[in-house]
Design a binder for this molecule. Sequence first.
Ligand SMILES: [Mn+2]
Length: 430
Amino acid sequence: MDFRKIYVCGHRNPDCDTIMSAYALADLRRRTGWQNVEALCPGRLPPRARWVFDRFGLQPPVSRADVYVRVRDIISPDVPSLPADRPLIDALRALEASGESSLPVAAADGTFLGMLSPAKLLTLFIAKDDLSMPTGNAPLQRDIPILQSDDRVHDVKAMAIRNAHNHFPVVDGHGRLLGTILKRAFAETPPFRMILVDHNETAQGIPGVDEIPVIEVVDHHRVSFAPTTEPIRYTADVVGSTCTIVSRMFRGAGLRPSKQIAGVLLAGLVSDTLLFLSPTTTETDRTIASWLERLSGTTAKELMDGMMSVGSALTSLSPAQAVDSDRKSYTESGYKFSLAQLEEANFHIFHRQLDALGAELDRVRTAEGLDFIALLVTDPLRGHSELLFRGAETVRRALPWRIGAHGLFDLPGVLSRKKQLLPEVLSCLP
Ligand SMILES: [Mn+2]
């Protein structure tokens, strides 16, 4: 596959499964002969993911805030530029040889000076002597849109297509010429391709994902993918982690992940299945995990303990950031509400912050006009959660759990917001 880059990228607010599956799938694709494959981390690398890469001595994937296509990405490679200090006659010969109607002229330090075009030169009577003058001294065309290398193609495309000019010089932040974009480049598909892992809805993807054609999806979520114009690879299954699917793809290709990649896959698998305690866990996840344990020389338990030992959201973030780090809002039966979830192995840390977290929930509830809001704090190692609830008294009284110490609901065996908490909450709405 001959693309400038093939990005492998998971969903926004990335978790370990999303990052590890992207990393391992990029490795698999490279081993099966694909070129220019690069795994991305959409946004900041979470501390627990950093721990995993450190544990196996690997460089984590590059963090990117977006994959918007920029002007610098579509510079036309074969359009030359003309040095301002060379004689005009040389520039005219270069212009003729290029077959272009105009070419950009740059000073010795790279500064863009203008476009050399025959039409502009006709405004002068050119005597033979004039042809030896430096190109930079000739009348140059300057009434032309100059594009900045960081501009989004999306933002300048309509202007460029409507514009009378066919050539657009591209400069950096210092006005230095980087190249030229021919008008037709704006109509072409960008030179990148995407592989989505652990999600398939572009609304959940890295910003800009909808500007780049998707050639492959590997996922374990509901399908909400738009119809495509060309065939794509789509691998999905109802298993506990995307890392489980990527591991099976290694097997299917007759390959074994390296010791380190096996460790990375195992870490993603145990974090998404909460060490096989999540109700999303399947027999396939367990089988694949023991294969990865043998290949990586480590155990699922060791990796889970290691990830959980890294500063949790409650120790490293403010109450406002912690409540917002994984919060989903719903509108059902006329109720507007929000359910946040955090993982925390040490509930003392949670209980110490109850006042601040409660105040933050009240603040969000008022600011967003919610009927109620709740924070589910889950200890994946003990398979147990506690719920801090604020708002709608009728819903609160209908919840099926007993209230324990600290005035929190006690939810033994509850690990999943999607499969366990939300259905109970919905059944309590009048
Ligand atoms: Mn996942």
